[in-house]
Design a protein around this ligand. Structure first.
Ligand code: DC
Length: 231
């Protein structure tokens, strides 16, 4: 059967990773969460006094990139691959609101993007991959057979994210989550290097009023059409 590359981009908390993972599992493809990679670099920067609320040492970050090793590993008991930063599993730690606050400035740095994009392209060399992020259809895999661009209202996305954080046991306020989403939207779409854009050939899905099952079937049908060469 023909193997394709599936690129899923969109705003923060639009459920990109949920649908990318569902599709990858169904098709037996590899799922890659590229946001986790940017988050792990942000965590490294926080831990090494490179970024804080009051300073951001860009030169030190660029210099440190050679000391940052990112790997995805999967164990049978986990439902998805976890990200390891220099050998340590940081899958849980990278999801907190503090990392979310620092990740967008980290993702503006050209050298960071060059390093992560190269690693992402390598992971997709053999196709059969569903990758989610902000620049997958525009920069990482501009020739992907299927490109999806996901969107939903900021309020709907903040509601979903707020629930997720509460379920993890994080004590957060809804207003802070909404503010973080709005700030990341602004930074992700306005940065100079690889800003979040819908690729011209991407299919846009607004899932503000769509349930997960309908969304999954919609994307799966689009993937099946491309695998079968119907599109
Ligand atoms: O998908 P996420 O919310 O976990 O991503 C975290 C941040 O990483 C997001 O605000 C922007 C950045 N990012 C990026 O610039 N490019 C990607 N391919 C993925 C994420």
């Amino acid at each position: 059967m023909k193997k394709i590359t599936i690129a899923i981009d969109g705003y923060s908390s639009t459920g990109k990773s949920t649908v990318a993972k569902q599709i990858a599992d169904y098709l037996g493809y590899v799922y890659v969460d590229t946001g986790a990679m940017y988050r792990a670099v942000a965590l490294y920067a926080m831990q090494h006094n490179i970024i804080s609320k009051t300073h951001f040492d860009k030169e030190k970050l660029i210099e440190s990139l050679k000391s940052i090793d990112l790997k995805f590993k999967k164990e049978a008991a986990w439902n998805k691959a976890h990200i390891f930063l220099n050998g340590k599993n940081v899958e849980n730690e990278i999801r907190n609101l503090e990392v979310s606050e620092f990740v967008s400035p980290i993702a503006t740095i050209h050298e960071v993007r060059v390093k992560l994009v190269a690693q992402q392209q390598e992971m997709g060399l053999e196709k059969a991959v569903a990758m989610d992020g902000r620049d997958i259809g525009t920069v990482v895999f501009p020739k992907a057979e299927l490109k999806i661009f996901m969107n939903a209202s900021a309020e709907k996305r903040a509601e979903r994210r707020y629930k997720e954080l509460l379920e993890r046991g994080d004590k957060v306020a809804y207003d802070d989550v909404l503010k973080n989403i709005q700030e990341r939207d602004y930074m992700d779409t306005n940065r100079e290097d690889s800003p979040l854009r819908k690729a011209v050939d991407a299919i846009e899905i607004d899932n503000s009023n769509m349930n997960l099952e309908d969304q999954f079937h919609m994307v799966l049908q689009l993937a099946k059409d491309r695998i079968a060469g119907r599109v």
